[in-house]
Design a protein around this ligand. Structure first.
Ligand code: NAD
Length: 459
């Protein structure tokens, strides 16, 4: 299968590149050419009107709609991670709920000294590093936001999602060029490697870096000496206190945890539940028919051996289905099952590590204070996402204040925090470490002050 994907993408790339100017599909042999071409394109692009810019953004939304199925299939084939239907939903979410040019709101001040405007201007060329867990979603979401803000973008996609990422970039380029944007406003190199990423990071014409991935890449951009936005790892706890609607919480947590086989950084990674309601939670999870509760200690031991290689998550099982994981340790897992659950102590590596698998450890604690303390500890200071199920306003408020996560979801699946069944826009670049939060077009701008002295105060 993966071989088919390689051939297909190579054919597409050859056709695109041989049919037009070299690099006209945005893909270049070396990083310097990719950055230079993007910088030239961006200089032309900023001359377009905002209406023309909006047409470019609409073209990207259409590319997503026209290609969500195929790109999702190719992503699963190439990365061997995630769930086809959920990936389609994630791509469409980006098309529907990523803000465009309307996100750029100017500020105005008038007074005796005249009129001052604060305008949101582009950085120029952005270097964006994208993950393997949401490859096309991040490319599309970043492209919409960064181009809406007037920038060009050079992407450095994850090597394990190379084929589908390059195909996505060529599709974006073709569509935006047809809608009036200059060629090569979105670029990449044909063989993305760590060396190429480093060349991008240090290129003098890259004005802003945006990294979406684990702690390593966030550290790399933050130590570059350039302005950088870091969207890093999470380990979102779901806390349940005794006041919660337990039947609803059980299903919400399973739905959030199992979305795209737990690949989203916001997805529930462990449950911390008050002792008084723990048994009932497990009963409701089992009763939903969506969770397979592992009670047999020897099955749990086999699972630990399978999923943890030297105490770190086994890459071969990241984003795999509960059926594949369960059957690998001899469990019969019904097709309807969405997560494998088990009760474990707080120190268990399934709790402490961001597994990114539909495997949900449950930790029982004596009261709410202990739940809050443990949730904060297991979030590891990432400031990413936490979920809480409770009808006690004081508990909800105390937890939100104490845990300091960028996203705090109350009484819903985690994905409500990125706009699915929750208010607000979506993003696949959630900048916790550097504080921009849920990024959108305005995140990728510089604030500039434009002053007209003495006139236009007409109050
Ligand atoms: P990863 O860190 O392995 O890779 C992400 C990107 O960074 C890739 O393009 C990779 O090639 C590059 N990279 C990795 N180390 C680098 C280094 N030292 N220097 C330069 N580039 C480097 O992450 P992944 O497995 O693709 O994605 C999963 C991780 O990303 C999880 O930890 C997840 O929580 C996180 N994530 C966060 C967000 C967010 O919005 N905060 C979104 C998606 C994923």
């Amino acid at each position: 299968m993966a071989g088919d994907v390689d051939v297909l993408v190579r054919q597409v790339m050859e056709k695109l590149q041989n049919g037009g100017k070299a690099g006209s599909a945005g893909i270049f042999k070396n990083m310097n050419d990719a950055v230079e071409a993007c910088a030239r394109a961006q200089k032309e692009y900023v001359k377009l009107s905002l209406t023309a810019r909006s047409r470019v953004i609409d073209a990207i939304r259409k590319v997503i709609y026209d290609n969500a199925e195929e790109l999702s299939r190719l992503t699963v084939e190439e990365t061997k991670m995630g769930n086809y239907e959920d990936k389609i939903a994630k791509n469409r979410l980006v098309a529907d709920k990523t803000p465009g040019v309307e996100d750029l709101k100017s500020e105005a001040m008038t007074g005796d000294s005249g009129l001052t405007l604060i305008e949101l201007s582009p950085f120029g060329v952005i270097g964006a590093i994208t993950p393997t867990t949401n490859p096309t979603e991040t490319l599309f979401c970043n492209s919409i936001g960064m181009l809406a803000a007037g920038n060009g973008v050079v992407f450095s996609p994850h090597p394990t999602a190379k084929m589908v990422s390059l195909k996505t970039i060529t599709l974006i380029n073709r569509a935006i060029t047809a809608s009036g944007a200059p060629a090569n406003l979105v670029t990449a190199v044909e063989n993305p490697t760590l060396e190429q990423t480093n060349a991008m990071v240090s290129h003098p014409k890259v004005n802003l870096l945006v990294a979406t991935g684990g702690p390593g890449v966030v550290r790399a951009v933050l130590s570059s000496g350039k302005k950088a936005i870091g969207a890093g790892a999470g380990n979102p706890p779901a806390v349940i206190d005794e006041s919660a609607n337990i039947e609803k919480a059980a299903v919400d947590i399973i739905r959030g945890c199992s979305f795209d086989y737990n690949l989203p950084c916001v997805a529930e990674k462990e449950v911390i539940v008050e002792e008084k309601v723990a048994d009932y939670l497990l009963f409701c999870m089992k009763g939903s028919g969506l969770a397979h509760i592992i009670e047999d200690r020897s099955a749990l031991r086999r699972l630990e051996e399978l999923l943890l290689a030297a105490d770190t998550p086994n890459k071969n099982f990241i984003g795999r289905s509960p059926q594949v994981i369960g059957e690998s340790v001899g469990l019969r897992v019904d097709e309807k099952i969405k997560v494998l659950c088990m009760e474990v102590p707080f120190e268990h590596p399934f709790v402490q590590h961001e597994l990114m698998m539909p495997v949900l450890p449950i930790v029982r604690v004596k009261d709410f204070d202990e739940a809050m303390k443990k949730a904060i500890e297991v979030e590891h200071g990432y400031r990413h996402t936490a979920i809480m199920h409770s009808r006690n306003v004081e508990h909800l408020s105390a937890m939100a204040k104490a845990i300091q996560t960028t996203i705090f979801v109350k009484n819903a699946p985690s994905y409500a925090g990125i706009g699915v069944g929750g208010e607000g826009h979506t993003t696949f670049t959630i900048a916790g470490p550097t504080g921009e939060g849920l990024t959108s077009a305005k995140t990728f701008t510089r604030k500039r002050r434009c002053v007209l002295a003495d006139s236009f105060n007409i109050r």
